[in-house]
Ligand binder design. Structure first.
Ligand SMILES: [Zn+2]
Length: 124
């Protein structure tokens, strides 16, 4: 169960929604890490073609690749997305897939209200 709050108007009462949690196992995490590392190394190779700036870009993308890969390796779960009710227009909206964090930001597709989705760790 998640609580949904409007970021544009905090006075509005919170509504509720549901999202699906998917736990990564060790193999998935390593795959994610390798994939992320590969993407950033690809960007690094691309940046080596940029004149002059490659002196700066190549090492910084190399560091980014490691940092992002390590981040993926430590990511315990992700959110598969879900449904909720918009606190502003009371229309159902889809919660996007994202990292599993206590607070997910999203936008209502109907009234374009900025929303915050709070995951309640107690009822999982
Ligand atoms: Zn809305």
């Amino acid at each position: 169960m998640v609580q949904i709050q409007s970021r544009n108007n905090r006075e509005l009462p919170q509504t509720q929604g549901r999202i699906t949690r998917v736990d990564w196992d060790k193999v998935d995490r390593s795959k994610n890490a390798v994939k992320t590392f590969g993407i950033w190394i690809g960007i690094m190779c691309g940046s080596s073609l940029v004149p002059f700036w490659h002196y700066l870009l190549v090492p910084s993308f190399f560091i980014t690749a490691w940092v992002m890969a390590m981040d993926k390796l430590n990511e315990p779960a992700r959110s598969e997305g879900g449904d909720g009710e918009c606190p502003q227009c009371h229309q159902p909206f889809k919660i996007e897939k994202s990292k599993w964090t206590p607070r997910i930001t999203d936008t209502c597709g109907k009234c374009f209200n900025d929303l915050e989705v709070f995951i309640q760790t107690a009822n999982q």
